[in-house]
Write a protein that binds this ligand. Structure first.
Ligand code: PGA
Length: 252
């Protein structure tokens, strides 16, 4: 058996964070400095804070990511940010296709794939999000929905080094609800099988599949122990260093 990929715990600050929030990044860096981390740790702050957060956390080996990017490299797209710009600001990854982007901005799988391709072009990791709504889960469509999203949004030529998949059931995001460990395991195993068809089995085995949706210090250890779960994408509980460290510790 190939050894499992190094886990990743990524914090998605969403549209939260002013300069005062830099203190949380500073605190986290202080807590992790000199600690030999089992997992990779990443903060995805709003784009306005990528540079300053990077400066604060670099020495603690914490990575920084963006939350979205435009598919083009540059041009007349007022208000948008390219993957190259994120990289230039200090990001080594970008979240694409988060359900909030899909819902708020009507992002389709094709758009998500173009954005993932942009990340690959810029040389940063694309964290591609997939997940079903409550109605879809109740209708027994979870695996079919996730398959369709993967088929539509994972670019050709994707590699384990360039792509991370985050399984985020929409109904679990920010609600305090989570699927059971067995339910998470079923979906993650399914995602790895689908990735095998899209990327080839050896790459799929090395690709990190994160779970996201109401991950907290209290449930992180149980969720991270599920087979085929290679880390977490954390929203609310990533905003406070004291909470986020509790999740990171699931891997120590
Ligand atoms: P949550 O968000 O941890 O606040 O549920 C997760 C996410 O949307 O990535």
């Amino acid at each position: 058996m190939a050894k499992p990929p190094r886990p990743l715990i990524a914090g998605n600050w969403k549209m939260n964070g002013l300069s005062a929030s830099l203190n949380e990044a500073r605190l986290l860096a202080g807590m992790l400095k000199g600690v030999k981390l089992v997992c990779e740790v990443m903060i995805c702050p709003p784009a306005t804070l990528i540079g300053p957060v990077r400066k604060l956390v670099k020495s603690a080996k914490i990575k920084v990511g963006g939350q979205d990017c435009h598919q083009k490299e540059s041009g007349a797209h007022t208000g948008d940010i390219s993957a190259e710009m994120l990289k230039d600001a200090g990001a080594s990854a970008v979240i694409v296709g988060h359900s909030e982007r899909r819902a708020d901005h009507g992002e389709t799988d094709a758009v998500v794939r173009a954005k993932a391709r942009a990340a690959m072009r810029a040389g940063i990791v694309a964290i591609i999000c997939v997940g079903e709504t409550l109605e879809q889960r109740k209708a027994g469509q979870t695996l079919a929905v996730v398959s369709a999203q993967l088929q539509g949004s994972v670019p050709e030529g994707a590699t384990a080094a360039g792509v991370v998949v985050a399984y985020e059931p929409v109904w679990a995001i920010g609600t305090g609800l989570t699927p059971t460990a067995a339910e998470v395991g079923d979906v993650h195993a399914h995602i790895r099988r689908e990735l095998g068809k899209l990327m080839g089995k050896p790459e799929a085995r090395k690709t990190r599949i994160l779970y996201g949706g109401s991950v907290k210090p209290g449930n992180a250890a149980e969720l991270m122990a599920v087979p085929d779960v290679n880390g977490a994408l954390v929203g609310g509980a990533s905003l406070k260093a004291a909470d986020f460290i509790g999740i990171i510790k699931a891997y120590s």
